[in-house]
Design a protein around this ligand. Structure first.
Ligand code: ZN
Length: 431
């Protein structure tokens, strides 16, 4: 009787495993050419005393579903176990299992009586801020349960994936098996170059290289790490970025030639100016003579002086607003935009939805709206809130010097080889 239960469990496990394997093949990238083998970097090995299950014992694992209870988790792994449930609720270490994270794989050893003998639950980084990933181990010792924490040693693998857009960026990435956490970084990196809601077109191609951390004791897919390189080939533009850590450990995205992708802004919207009013929390309004917050910077200049946008972006508003007169708002990325007010004249092509480049003349100084004299009222908005530009504008990042550039080429050559592999393969096919 027990043997037949055992066989049933064994075959159930085998079936589960073969389903997992099939799934893994189903999400393999749709590439025309073979990709280089994954670079496998094994982190320092910590010895884990791990007895193989003896006869009549089974290894089972299950993925925690959303809203899963401890009871249903135990039932999926073996028999409902009152003692284990009680232990998890009362033991200070075992209690960490209570915060069941959906998507996490739990592994259990189960004996021939369908009793859970041990249970292993990974506490990934991010589970508790600034804590290294740990593994929670629960073990039955006779009638007693014991809980312990051990470092969770993960294998780091680099994964290359290629996707072709058919409808949206996320749909294509999903289809190619690229995790959402990785895909979400792409519009952030290229936010000011391309609007990934509007500008993607059928046939655009995306290639990414990213880290995956796999638990060697776990059969399921790994956890995505950092996005390391991305290339986007659209109809009219090609975008590229590679992650590079500078001396001191701070990292940023660069193009493949080592030029920074960090958005830089001009220090001023006018070439030669005199600032008449800085960012304050309160001042007497020059027209209304009452105290109010001044959420921008006033640049005094003769009427007709050119006004230039301090960064590239898309015109979000161009027209008349009460108080501001002729006003232009330029959106630079998801968070940041700039506002230019009291213009005498807005440049003819500066209309809503149009792209502007850094330094482009968008109009001339005037005194339309509530202004006591010709000046530019300038605001730097972060999530729609005016900020002190002097405080929030990042200093322009210096280009990599010769030494840093050599290190950049050294560190990124493997990534770039992976990115270019396919192009070379396709070229070779034509030759
Ligand atoms: Zn002002």
């Amino acid at each position: 009787m027990q043997t037949s239960t055992g066989k049933r469990l064994a075959s159930a496990l085998a079936a589960a495993l073969s389903v997992a394997t099939l799934t893994a093949f189903a999400v393999a990238p749709l590439t025309e050419a073979p990709l280089p083998p994954n670079l496998r970097i094994i982190e320092p090995v910590v010895l884990r005393p791990q007895a193989l299950p003896t006869e009549g014992e089974f290894l089972r694992q299950t993925v925690i579903s959303r809203g899963e209870s401890l009871g249903s988790l135990f039932r999926k792994l073996g028999d409902q176990d009152r003692e284990l449930g009680e232990f998890v609720r009362t033991d200070p270490t075992a209690r960490k299992l209570l915060g069941l994270q959906p998507g996490t794989t739990v592994r259990a050893e189960v004996n021939g009586q369908n009793q859970i003998k041990s249970l292993s639950y990974p506490l990934h980084a991010g589970h508790e801020p600034d804590q290294p990933p740990l593994r929670l181990e629960l073990k039955r010792d006779g009638s007693q349960w014991q809980a312990s924490l051990a470092p969770l040693v993960m294998d780091r693998t680099l994964v290359t994936r290629t996707a072709t857009i058919t409808s949206s960026l996320f749909a294509a990435a999903d289809h190619a098996g690229i995790p959402d956490a990785i895909t979400a970084r792409i519009p952030e990196i290229f936010g000011s170059e391309m609007d990934f809601h509007r500008d993607v077109q059928q046939g655009d191609r995306l290639r990414v290289v990213y880290e995956t951390f796999t638990d060697p004791m776990n059969l399921s897919d790994g956890q995505p790490g950092k996005l390391l390189a991305v290339e986007y080939q659209g109809q009219n533009q090609r975008l590229e970025a590679v992650w590079f850590e500078r001396e001191g450990g701070e990292g940023d995205f660069y193009n493949f030639d080592g030029r920074t992708l960090r958005k830089t802004f001009l220090r001023s919207p006018m070439e030669f100016t005199r600032i008449t009013s800085g960012f304050t929390n309160g001042r007497r309004h020059p027209v209304f003579r009452d105290w109010r917050v001044h959420k921008g910077i006033d640049y005094a200049a003769p009427a007709g002086t050119n006004i230039r946008t301090i960064g590239e972006g898309v015109v979000e508003f161009s027209g008349v607003q009460r108080g501001y007169g002729n006003v232009v708002i330029v959106k630079h990325d998801r968070e940041r935009s700039t506002l230019y007010a009291h213009m005498r004249r807005i440049a003819p092509r500066v209309v809503e939805g149009v792209k502007v480049s850094r330094g482009q003349v968008i109009g001339q100084v005037g005194q339309t709206g509530w202004a006591s004299g010709p000046h530019l009222h300038f605001e730097f908005l972060v999530n729609g809130e005016p900020n002190d530009p002097a405080a929030v504008l990042p200093p322009p990042e210096p280009p990599l010097d010769r030494e840093a550039l050599a290190r950049f080429q050294d560190n990124t050559s493997e990534l770039l080889r992976r990115m270019r592999w396919q192009d070379e393969n396709q070229l070779a096919a034509f030759e």
